[in-house]
Design a protein around this ligand. Structure first.
Ligand code: PLP
Length: 499
């Protein structure tokens, strides 16, 4: 494809994409294909001779579209959203055009420098304490996902813990102490924490313990909950070195009680002393709300913690992937992840004046992801982004308000919290097993009918439905229609109106 052909193809592709967005609401949100559908309609191998773009593009609508779940549809109310916007897409386009796995500053200085600039802008917008800025000892780096972020900081925390708690040893004594500690180190997360922390522990080769949480505390982890598990670990000879605290849990958007955790952690091991527990704040989805002053009180305790992560690609209008990870001490990341073979050495890295983000992440190569964040921040401005968050919070209030009007059919379990409402079905006769069964059936039937897409979860043993009103294209009419669908389905099932 030469540049003239690219121009024609890109124009046609953009036309199709714009049309897709303009009409997306008319498509069934969920794909209805059977497993293996694509293998059956595609040839056994690639064509021997190249094909014209027009032929390739045709297959988007006929072959790919049927197998897509339309995450950008306003009827997509499942999981958490995966934002996509036109400025975000333009950032992806330029990033592809400039493709460079810019692992070192010299590999493309703009890639590194723009990332540092926009992450500092964002740190200020999120009201993170100054210690997370690159102008101090901290800094931010874009990762692919929240899961990647947690494994990255867990590795840094593991090495820091081992280094600091064995600093007085040497020789065989050191070797034995390291081997012993590796077998007793434990990472913690609350019962409501995302599974990525447990997965990170699996990858980092450490144990994992979960901290029980209760409905009475809205599924938030408190200092008292944490203390119990720290005591248990101590009694079992285990060494907690890492804790994930959550701002917006996956099932219910619970926010851990950060303030009460600080003294508990300090009692276990003083902050900044060998043996301290590294606290990572996972704000994958709800961290976006921190750009609004009304949520910024949530960051008050963050100066006592060690790292923070939020995904711009969930709720901040930026295309996947853009997971912003901040650390209070970048040295901790670099100590764990830096490795310097001769082919990566260069005068700029050695000058100490530049950042080489390869030392802040697991892979070597990296994409120019800050471009799309820069485009989004400039296109919407702070006011536009705040309005976007507030609109969705408001839609959540409308939806939860509607659910509450039908106390005979629905019971709110939590929320609305950050545009997420969690509820279940009220059975005719009080009976938990029947309630779980009905809730599951309503959930399954709503998705099977395909007009909206929602998800379910189990919290403290109770089956629940989750509805998220934070899709970039969501409007009030969409949440009202979702409510109607839920009412119709719940009534049909509860009153046995289905044949
Ligand atoms: N943390 C929380 C609270 C989440 O809700 C999710 C996913 O929804 C994740 C982490 C994992 O996110 P990612 O897909 O970016 O790894």
């Amino acid at each position: 494809m030469d540049s003239k052909q690219f121009k024609a193809a890109a124009t046609s592709a953009i036309d199709e994409i714009v049309n897709y967005y303009d009409t997306i609401e008319n498509r069934p949100v969920l794909s209805s294909v059977e497993p293996g559908y694509l293998k059956r309609i595609l040839p056994d191998g690639p064509p021997q001779d190249g094909e014209p773009w027009a032929d390739i593009q045709k297959d988007i609508e006929t072959k790919i579209m049927p197998g897509l779940t339309h995450w950008q549809s306003p009827n997509f109310m499942a999981f958490f959203p995966a934002s996509s916007t036109f400025p975000g897409m333009l950032g992806e386009l330029y990033s592809a055009a400039f493709t460079a796995p810019a692992f070192n500053w010299i590999c493309s200085p703009a890639v590194t420098e723009l990332e540092t600039v926009v992450l500092d802008w964002l740190a200020k917008l999120f009201n993170l304490p100054e210690c997370y800025l690159s102008t101090t000892h901290g800094g931010g780096v874009i990762q692919g996902s929240a899961s990647e972020a947690v494994v990255t900081v867990m590795v840094a925390a593991r090495d820091k813990y081992l280094r600091e708690t064995t600093a007085h040893l040497s020789g065989l004594e050191l070797e034995n102490a390291l081997a012993h500690k590796r077998s007793t180190m434990v990472a913690l997360g609350s019962e409501a924490a995302h599974s990525s922390t447990q997965k990170a522990a699996q990858i980092a080769g450490v144990r994992y313990r979960s901290v029980p949480v209760s409905k009475e505390n809205n599924f938030s982890m408190t200092g008292a909950d944490l203390e119990k598990v720290l005591e248990q670990c101590k009694a079992q000879g285990l060494e907690p070195f890492f804790l994930t605290a959550t701002l917006g849990s996956t099932s219910t958007c619970a926010v851990d009680d950060f303030g009460s955790m600080v003294p508990t952690l300090a009692k276990h091991a003083p902050l900044n002393q060998p043996g301290e527990i590294w606290v990572h704040v996972d704000a994958a989805y709800a961290g976006a709300a921190l750009i609004c002053p009304e949520f910024q009180h949530l960051t008050t305790s963050f100066e006592h913690f060690h790292s923070f992560n939020t995904n711009m690609h969930k709720w901040l209008l930026t295309n996947f992937d853009a997971s912003c990870l901040y650390v209070k001490k970048r040295k901790d990341l670099i100590d764990a992840l830096s490795i310097l073979p001769s082919y990566l050495r260069n005068e700029f890295s050695e000058s100490g004046l530049v950042t080489d983000y390869r030392d802040w992440q697991i892979p070597l190569g990296r994409r120019f992801r800050s471009l799309k964040i820069w485009f989004v921040l400039r296109t919407y401005g702070v006011n536009g982004l705040q309005a976007h968050i507030r609109k969705h919070v408001h839609l959540g209030e409308i939806f939860a308000g509607l659910i509450k009007t039908r106390g005979d059919l629905f019971e709110i379990v939590t929320g609305p919290t950050f545009a997420l409402t969690v509820f279940n079905i009220v059975p005719k006769v009080a009976n938990k097993a029947e309630q779980d069964r009905l809730t599951k059936e309503v959930y399954e039937l709503v998705n099977k009918r395909g007009e909206i897409y929602i998800t379910s979860s189990v919290v403290s043993g109770v089956y629940v439905i989750r509805v998220v009103s934070a899709n970039p294209l969501a409007e009030e009419k969409n949440v009202r229609r979702a409510f109607e669908i839920l009412v119709e389905t719940a009534e049909e099932l509860r009153d046995g109106k289905l044949s």
